[in-house]
Write a protein that binds this ligand. Structure first.
Ligand code: PEP
Ligand code: MG
Length: 584
């Protein structure tokens, strides 16, 4: 058994068989197997070998028919090599007699031969070493990892372990069979992390290299509360986690009892807790947690979960589905925030011009302003859906006034078109913008003249203010919501909102983190849009906090000059007001 730590991004604990997604480069640890597992390990090796032979044979046939026999001969040589009994016997002996894992034994034997070829002093033979490495890679792929397309065709429950999962891959995970996941890369608020929350799958990211230490089928525990992955746990550990699961069920039941109680502070100040969603189905996660509506609908996932570009009707149907769950509550539809790590395959056949720095490139509102048909299709659908509820439109990543003015102009064009076509829609749909670029926070006074509401996107605001890539684990320790620079920007936006009567919501992950709730309340915020599963806990914190206490917390926090001091103070305060959240 061994344990690796990563970044906890979606709570819950699961245990199950590993489904390892192959990486390009495998690093094989010297792993031993138990003596009574030798036979099953040999059987596993033989299955992998059989698959490798079949795969090479297919390549050989394909090369013969498309390129000619001389190219097919390359694969014939591979086949001969892999079927050479001397080679396979050597591997089997290491497994049988030294209890080496099949991965380690194969790698050891194949690399030994590759080295011999490399040292023969003959160029032609030295190049054959590459063929042996290729065989090693094929064998390891079958022993260690499944191919990505198999992820879409699961038939039994698994825990997915991967170097990386793109947001698009994550959005397509089959919840029926995927119990949870862990990735080597990724940061606190990467979109993959956010999606894990949306799918309510326990997950950790940014674990660092660990894939070569685990084999497909091996039992693993993903602890999304503590940010740990435990490979090959012993009985005692499994037992401990079973108890933790049991305790978690009790906490959930206790928090569920809050559902019928009003969302308000201890001194009865009403607070709005809205839900963040990525898929229409999640509207139900919001209603079951008692959300007051949807404060952020990330509509770009309509593009990411499908290989086909959505039509206006696809948009319309998705929005109506959400409005059906919330016919009288606000539903804030954010226009497409594509680009950066959210690249759909349905646009330009997935061929996007590579940006040297995608987070600063053509993404979000910048992208839609340059793709008017795409933008107008969505705006038409939102307006048409507006007759079914309290729809609000929000533009993402606005950084200049010209951008918001241009977006409003396009919206007016769409309104004219709909009027001409005698389509039904509401003319009074409120218009808001995300404040997630420092420039927008700094010019909040000016932006307040242009929009009906602000929503602070702390995920990007932190990334751009601190110059820390939100999905890069190498700098994850620098990505801090409690940094005084972030708090001052938030405070400035709140003050502008109060002055100009422009409602301000916080919709970044910071507002889903219980320890920040008293601080945000104390800064004057009353509206939050959060990951649905965090609603019960946040409600509990709110119901234990008074305005006076929250304001005292905020005043105290504003005196700190480091994120570390801010966050440790807030943790201490939360422990005082809500000890139950910690004892459970
Ligand atoms: C944010 O940046 O805080 C936000 C809510 O938007 P997203 O996470 O989708 O970038
Ligand atoms: Mg954002």
């Amino acid at each position: 058994m061994f344990v690796k730590r990563g970044i906890a991004v979606s709570p819950g604990v699961v245990a199950g068989p590993a489904f390892v997604l192959g990486t390009e480069d495998f690093r094989i640890p010297r792993r031993l197997v138990k003596i009574d597992a030798v036979d099953s390990e040999i059987a596993r090796f033989e299955v992998a070998l059989k698959h490798v032979c079949e795969e090479i044979y297919e390549n050989q046939q394909q090369a013969a028919s498309q390129l000619g026999e001389q190219y097919a001969a390359i694969f014939s040589a591979h086949l001969q090599m892999v079927q050479d009994p001397k080679l396979t016997d050597e591997i089997l002996t290491l497994i049988r007699e030294k209890c080496f894992s099949p991965e380690f034994a194969s790698s050891r034997v194949l690399r030994k031969y590759a080295k011999i070829f490399q040292n023969l002093g003959n160029n032609y033979l030295a190049e054959r070493a590459a063929d042996i490495f290729d065989l090693e890679k094929r064998l390891l792929k079958h022993l260690l990892g499944e191919r990505r397309e198999e992820l879409m065709n699961l038939a039994a429950p698994v825990i997915v372990l991967a170097h990386n999962l793109t947001p698009s891959e994550t959005s397509k995970l089959n919840k029926k069979f995927v119990l949870g996941f862990a990735t080597e890369v990724g940061g606190h608020t990467s979109h993959t992390a956010i999606l894990a929350g949306a799918l309510e799958l326990p997950a950790i990211v940014g674990v660092g290299e660990f894939l070569s230490d685990v084999s497909g089928g091996e039992t693993v525990i993903v602890d999304g509360n503590q940010g740990e992955i435990i490979i090959d746990p012993d009985e005692e550990t499994l037992d401990r986690y079973r108890h933790a699961e049991e305790r978690q069920r009790h906490v959930t039941a206790r928090l569920d009892s809050l559902l019928k109680l009003p969302t308000e502070t201890k001194d009865h100040i009403p607070i709005t807790l809205l839900g963040n969603i990525e898929f229409p189905d999640e509207a139900e996660h919001c209603t079951s947690r008692g959300a007051d509506g949807v404060g952020l609908y990330r509509t770009e996932f309509l593009y990411l979960e499908s290989d086909r570009e959505p039509t206006e009707d696809d948009h319309f149907d998705a929005y109506c589905k959400v409005l059906k769950a919330f016919p009288t509550h606000p539903v804030v539809i954010r226009t497409l925030d594509l680009g950066a790590d959210k690249i759909p395959t349905s646009i330009n056949g997935g061929h996007w011009t590579a940006s040297p720095n995608p987070e600063l490139g053509l993404r979000s509102i910048r992208l839609t302003l340059k793709n008017l048909p795409l933008f107008k299709t969505q705006l038409r659908a939102i307006l048409r859906a507006s007759v079914h509820g309290d729809v609000r439109i929000m533009f993402p990543l606005v950084s200049t006034l010209l951008e918001i003015r241009q977006a409003k102009m396009i919206l007016r064009d769409v309104i004219d078109d709909l009027e001409e076509a005698h389509q039904q829609f509401r003319r009074d749909v409120p218009l808001g913008m995300m404040v997630e670029v420092p420039a927008a926070a700094l010019l909040a006074e000016e932006f307040a003249q242009e929009v009906d509401f602000f929503s602070i996107g702390t995920n990007d605001l932190i990334q751009y203010t601190l110059a820390v890539d939100r999905s890069d684990p190498a700098v994850a320790d620098l990505y801090r919501s409690g940094d005084p620079s972030i708090l001052r920007l938030i405070q400035q936006v709140v003050e502008v909102g109060q002055k100009h009567n422009v409602p301000v919501t916080v919709c970044g992950q910071m507002s889903s983190d219980t320890k920040f709730m008293p601080l945000l309340l104390g800064m004057g915020l009353r509206h939050f849009s959060v990951t649905p599963f965090s609603i019960p806990e946040l409600k509990e914190v709110l119901r234990h906090t008074t305005r006076e206490h929250a304001e005292a917390v905020a005043a105290h926090v504003m005196k700190f000059d480091t994120a570390r001091d801010v966050e440790s103070y807030l943790r201490g305060e939360l422990k005082k007001i809500c000890p139950d959240l910690f004892s459970s």
